[in-house]
Ligand binder design. Structure first.
Ligand code: NAD
Length: 263
């Protein structure tokens, strides 16, 4: 299937590793030019090098903290300076800290809002005018299965990703007349640093091994294993494509069957 991404410009937030990097790799393999981002320069430069080595993509790497207004704006500004436009935006950032309700201070809540909601808002606000002008755009938010079925011990993620979902669902209607689609992709348990960290934390708290912690997740996944990041990225690339032109306002899981609801 030709996804029609050749020559498109894609900006993927938080993409030096994990889900963001897999998405950047998939879009680059489909012919898009890439703007990638993370806070640390070294790992980001390594990821940019890999993309250039394995694909024909032009790659711009912008190190910036997306939870910071100035950082998020700088990523968009640099993208527009370098490529003149952003056709595909994938909002993503690191996950907020784990822990039950009473473990978090108001400061933790504000930091999580900055990281998870405001980063998506800033990036979206930055690219939207250009997409409207050109009458074409794809906005994809990486959220979580937690939006449909909250995950115990992740109250910050469960709460704030719901806000991103509400924002995206509303925006989808507003920008549909301009040829812009807005969708959310909900990762389930996927093999990345985030799940390594969560497994370590659970293991320490409960006096079990990290393998046992992962085993508990796997027991609840009908496909019986964690996802590989590229399995997630494949759906994002499709939704970013020309071929996904009639899909908007939706949230789609890539979770091996973990969510138990009918719809
Ligand atoms: P990861 O820890 O492997 O990678 C996170 C990436 O974000 C890295 O490139 C890191 O440098 C970057 N980053 C972190 N904070 C940043 C910031 N403030 N500004 C810019 N870049 C920043 O995580 P992942 O598994 O790829 O997860 C990506 C997102 O998806 C997270 O929000 C996570 O909570 C969510 N998620 C992941 C899973 C999973 O199983 N992996 C499941 C559901 C939701």
């Amino acid at each position: 299937m030709d996804l029609g991404l050749d020559g498109r410009v894609a900006l993927v937030g938080a993409s030096s590793r994990g889900l963001g990097r897999a998405v950047a790799r998939e879009l680059a393999a489909e012919g898009a030019d890439l703007v990638i981002n993370a806070r640390g320069e070294e790992k980001l430069a390594e990821t940019a090098g890999e993309l250039r080595e394995h694909t024909d993509a032009r790659v711009l790497a912008v190190s910036a903290d997306l939870s910071d207004d100035e950082g998020a704006s700088r990523v968009v500004d640099r993208a527009l300076e370098e490529f003149g436009r952003v056709d595909v935006l994938v909002t993503n950032a690191g996950g907020p800290p784990a822990g039950p309700f009473e473990a978090h201070s108001m400061e933790d809540w504000r930091a999580a809002v900055d990281l998870t909601l405001e980063s998506a808002l800033h990036l979206t606000r930055g690219v939207l005018p250009g997409m409207k002008e050109r009458g074409w755009g794809r906005i994809l938010n990486i959220t979580s299965i937690a939006v449909k079925q909250p995950v115990d011990g992740l109250v910050l993620s469960n709460s704030i990703r719901a806000a991103v979902t509400g924002m995206a669902r509303t925006l989808a209607n507003e920008v549909a007349p301009h040829g812009i689609t807005v969708n959310n992709v909900m990762p389930g348990y996927t093999r990345t640093r985030r799940t390594e960290d969560l497994a370590r934390q659970i293991a320490e708290q409960e006096g079990i091994t990290e393998d046992e912690a992962r085993g508990r997740w796997e027991e609840k996944i009908p496909l019986g294993r964690l996802a590989e990041p590229r399995e997630f990225a494949a759906l994002v690339a499709f939704l970013a494509s020309e071929r996904a032109s009639y899909i908007t306002g939706t949230s789609i899981p890539v979770d091996g069957g973990w969510i138990r609801s009918l719809l």
